[in-house]
Design a protein around this ligand. Sequence first.
Ligand SMILES: Nc1nc2c(ncn2[C@@H]2O[C@H](COP(=O)(O)OP(=O)(O)OP(=O)(O)O)[C@@H](O)[C@H]2O)c(=O)[nH]1
Ligand SMILES: [Mg+2]
Length: 281
Amino acid sequence: MRFQSKMLDDLIIEVQSVLEDDHMKFVLTAIVALLVIIITSFIVQKTLFKNKNRTFILTGPKKSGKTSLFYYLTTGKIPELTVTSIEPSVGKLKLHSDEYSEAFADVVIRDYPASSKLKNLYLYPFLKENIRGCKGLIYVIDSSCFDSSYCNMVANDLLDLLKITESIPNGVDIAIFCNKYDYFTSRKPKKIKEMLENEITKLYKLKLRNLNKVSLHDTTENAEADESEEEDNFEDTLNTAFQRGEFKFEMLEGNVDFLEGNAFKQKTEPLTVWFCEKAAN
Ligand SMILES: Nc1nc2c(ncn2[C@@H]2O[C@H](COP(=O)(O)OP(=O)(O)OP(=O)(O)O)[C@@H](O)[C@H]2O)c(=O)[nH]1
Ligand SMILES: [Mg+2]
């Protein structure tokens, strides 16, 4: 009898230890499973969030009204005073009408400073790295001082940008926002477009001539190879936009629209229409 009770005790202890072991295993498995779920959902959320946002870039010459437009587009207000931007500003697009608010909830605007040094530091690296997530570029110009030297500066700037935006299939759509139309000296978008096409044609021909000259006179083989490679790259990216040597915005992969506006007086309707078109795509 005593022997039987000892055996029973032993059996109970054994069963308990097996159960405890299984219990430990179960608890450990549950913890690991929970951790896996948390980490996976964190990664999925991060990826979805990253892919969800559509980015629009705001750039252009100094003092053209980029930051005023940025504030208006992201807060619905115009800043009382602006200072020269020295770093990018990022904000979510906020259009007043409720019917748009949902459609644009994921649209992010990035306002970039205009100096060449700061563009090299912030704008170009960001564009090159995120070109596929960039849904559009708004290039703000001051239409009230659009003379030949301003036109030359804008043409050079646009060529630098187009080399990046045209490097992907279908390119990136661009809105040239001709700001400050409230000044009586301001030029109409149609005239600005025509002047820019002529200037870019001139720059392109000059560039090709210079490259040819350099490769003819250069004695070292390496330098020749480098230059012709640069020429090829330049031609490859923008070649189709030059019909019989004449530059035409219509021939670019991305659509380029010339819009008129006055950020100061909150007259940006053409840009709202443009955003609606881009958001629908
Ligand atoms: N008359 C008029 N003035 C404007 C308009 N838009 C902006 N401004 C003024 O232009 C000046 C420059 O505006 P910003 O918004 O700071 O221009 P920005 O391009 O961001 O300037 P930077 O960051 O220095 O390159 C400010 O005094 C604005 O009030 C406009 O449509 N009409
Ligand atoms: Mg600014």
